[in-house]
Write a protein that binds this ligand. Structure first.
Ligand SMILES: [Zn+2]
Length: 674
């Protein structure tokens, strides 16, 4: 699982003549081994891939004017489905279907009554309970978690006992937030998360900040709050009054957070917090969250502590029941966003993959991943080659960096690792069982099961606060939401690590027998895109261990680097780092395959008449092909991503004989790291 990057480490010290000899040897070796027999053994993968690529092409489009239309024009016609809109969705769908089939006639191995269920039993029970649920019953969540052992939610007690007075004196907003934090709720009145420390990426700290809020109130938002309250069983008229109150309160909170001066995050001890904010019992709050005693020198990181002082004042002036209602509404929002809308098999499988990612990854590895050794050898090999090609680019030093800056970049590249499957290196069934030991699924209460899994994730996050730093290969990411279930790779800049989900290592993106040209256009590009995030405007600030370093900032301030970023923004984007990774990813993947030192097979394949370089760009397009009906977040839409990357890439224009002035042949091309 560790990226053993031999090619990079050795080639940097080999003299030129020796390198040429080595190159000659590898080429000869390759010529001998890539016999006709070997090619035909792989032919079914390549033939299938070619059939797919050709079926998406629209030959009425001119590749020099609209390459997306040319390469992907018939994709939507070939994939008429409601389940996905592009290729990563297709892979997700494959995974969902595989897992659904796996659990179709599943027999429990253990007995939930006895408490000896296996991890697969737990996954199955969670899935089955989800699938048997008709509707989300949000009142159920409020029954499962109350503000405290003795106090109910004011609106819930109104519903059950119309004339009872709510015991406001027994309610403590901070302790209620502590209780909900144990279910991973970041907080209503402030935000509490666990982060790697600013200066030390393998040591974790609690970070306290202003809460996330909608930027502006609107009638649409009011209606949403109203709908939520009525769904929780609050009568219409009453819900309207409360929704208005909540909106007003949120407005006050928003004002607080705006008027507070921004300041750098500070690390403060509990003692220092006590001095600055005597009104807020932080020690008790944190003890309730973590479940153990804390001394006064326990440290947290806090942003805008003045906000908290002002918050304390606001809370004192506000009816406790309104605060309780506000926390309740925010908590419900969190649960609904995290839960399932339609309790169909597919939706439930999504949910399983999101909430039980570690267990599902382990199951996937054993049941569906296939030839593990070949996959990993090939991925590690390519990772090494890609790093080598980027290193060559860096060494040319077109940005005229000094030696310290260059060393910083090459060390970072050299130390970058991959984790296939987001599991620790020595993962075992015992490890997974231990992870889920405290989870015992009910057979009929989805809501309770959901809460158990939220609690588990939060407790694993909290464990990071006291855990000793683990060796890099034992690290795995405790993700949530989209990251937890992602089937596409991602880069963690605080770990200098690329995570490649098992599911990504399958067709149409990857197969270890795929021809190098096809493989590098799709998988090679995506992997390079992730590597390049370590060197974009954000990633560059962090060193090989994921810690901020001044030398990183000095590179970001380099005039060539700055003008590259400006060039990328010629057409407006909110995701300049993504463009950066696309542009540079494409060029480094291309160099790795077609560069003079390439050890990959870039020769014309026998299974197609499409010239090698054109084939590479068609394969590159595969990652972006779709029906464009999906939502694009954090990135430009797929067609724009494809077009912009290619417009800026000279070899594309050469391969397709595009002329200056053609839409796909940008006159001024952005150059990054060169
Ligand atoms: Zn990206």
């Amino acid at each position: 699982m560790l990226a053993m990057n031999r090619s990079l480490n050795t080639s940097t010290h080999i003299p030129r003549a020796a390198l040429a000899l080595l190159l000659l040897l590898t080429l000869t070796h390759q010529n001998l081994t890539s016999s006709y027999a070997a090619e035909s053994a792989n032919s079914s993968v390549n033939t299938k891939q070619m059939q797919a690529i050709e079926s998406y092409m629209d030959f009425t489009e001119n590749p020099c004017n609209n390459f997306y239309g040319y390469a992907c024009g018939k994709w939507a016609q070939e994939h008429q489905t409601e389940y996905y809109t592009e290729v990563s969705g297709l892979i997700d769908h494959k995974v969902n279907k595989r897992l659904i089939d796996y659990f179709q006639d599943y027999q429990l191995q253990g007995d939930p009554q006895v408490g000896n269920e296996t991890i697969n039993d737990k996954i199955y029970l969670y899935y089955r309970t989800c699938k048997r649920t008709k509707n989300l019953h949000i009142q159920r969540y409020l029954q499962l978690v109350r503000p405290s052992a003795y106090v109910d939610w004011p609106l819930m007690s109104e519903i059950s006992k119309a004339n009872a007075t709510w015991p406001a004196k027994r309610f403590n907003w901070l302790f209620t937030q502590a209780k909900l934090r144990r279910y991973g709720f970041k907080g209503a009145l402030f935000e509490h998360i666990v982060l790697p420390r600013q200066e030390e990426s393998n040591v974790y700290i609690i970070d306290l900040d202003k809460p996330e809020m909608i930027k502006k109130e609107s009638s649409g938002h009011l209606l949403k709050v109203l709908a939520l309250l009525t769904k929780a069983g609050v009568p219409n008229m009453r819900a309207f009054v409360v929704a208005k109150q909540l909106q007003n309160f949120e407005k006050q909170l928003r004002t607080l957070s705006l008027t507070t001066d921004e300041s750098e995050a500070e690390v403060l001890t509990l003692h220092e917090l006590q001095v600055r904010m005597p009104g807020i019992p932080w020690q008790l709050y944190l003890q309730l969250v973590l479940g153990y005693t804390l001394s006064l020198d326990f440290e947290v990181q806090i942003n805008n502590w003045q906000y908290f002082v002002a918050l304390d004042e606001l809370v004192k002036q506000t009816q406790p029941s309104l605060i309780a209602n506000y926390i309740m509404y925010k908590f419900l929002y969190y649960l609904i966003a995290d839960g399932v809308n339609d309790f169909t098999k597919i939706e439930c499988m999504w949910d399983v993959r999101t909430k039980m990612d570690l267990g599902v990854n382990f199951l996937y590895k054993r049941e569906f991943y296939g030839d593990e050794a070949s996959h990993e050898a090939e991925v590690n090999h390519l990772f090494g080659l890609l790093k080598g090609a980027f290193l060559t680019k860096l060494r040319k030093n077109h940005m005229q960096l000094d030696e310290e800056q260059l060393n910083y970049l090459s060390e970072k590249l050299n130390r970058m690792r991959i984790n296939i499957g987001n599991l620790p290196a020595d993962v075992s069934e015992h490890f997974i069982d231990k992870h889920y030991a405290d989870v015992h699924m009910t057979t009929n209460d989805y809501h309770k099961n959901h809460m158990q899994l939220l609690k588990l994730r939060a407790s694993k996050e909290d464990e990071l606060l006291t855990a000793r730093p683990v060796p890099a290969e034992q690290y795995y990411y405790i993700g949530d939401g989209d990251t937890a279930r992602s089937c596409t790779p991602y880069y963690l800049f605080r770990q200098n690590l690329v995570v490649i989900p098992f599911a990504f290592l399958q067709t149409p993106i990857f197969h270890h027998n795929m021809h190098d040209i096809l493989k590098m256009g799709s998988f090679g590009f995506v992997l390079t895109h992730e590597i390049m995030h370590g060197f974009d405007g954000n990633g560059i600030q962090f060193d090989m261990f994921g810690n901020p370093r001044a030398v990183g900032d000095s590179i970001a301030e380099n005039e060539h680097f700055e003008s590259s970023l400006k060039c990328l923004q010629q057409t407006e984007t909110e995701s300049v780092d993504e463009r950066f990774a696309d542009f540079l990813g494409l060029s480094v993947a291309y160099d790795t395959l077609f560069g003079v030192n390439s050890s990959l097979n870039a020769r014309q394949p026998s299974f197609t008449a499409i010239p090698a370089k054109r084939l590479f760009f068609l394969s590159f397009a595969q990652f972006f092909c779709g029906n464009l009906k999906g939502k694009f977040t954090d990135h430009d839409s797929d067609d724009i991503r494809l077009q912009l990357s290619l417009m800026n890439f000279e070899p594309f224009a050469e391969a397709y004989d595009c002329k200056i002035g053609d839409a796909m042949h940008g006159q001024e091309k952005c150059t990054l790291y060169r």
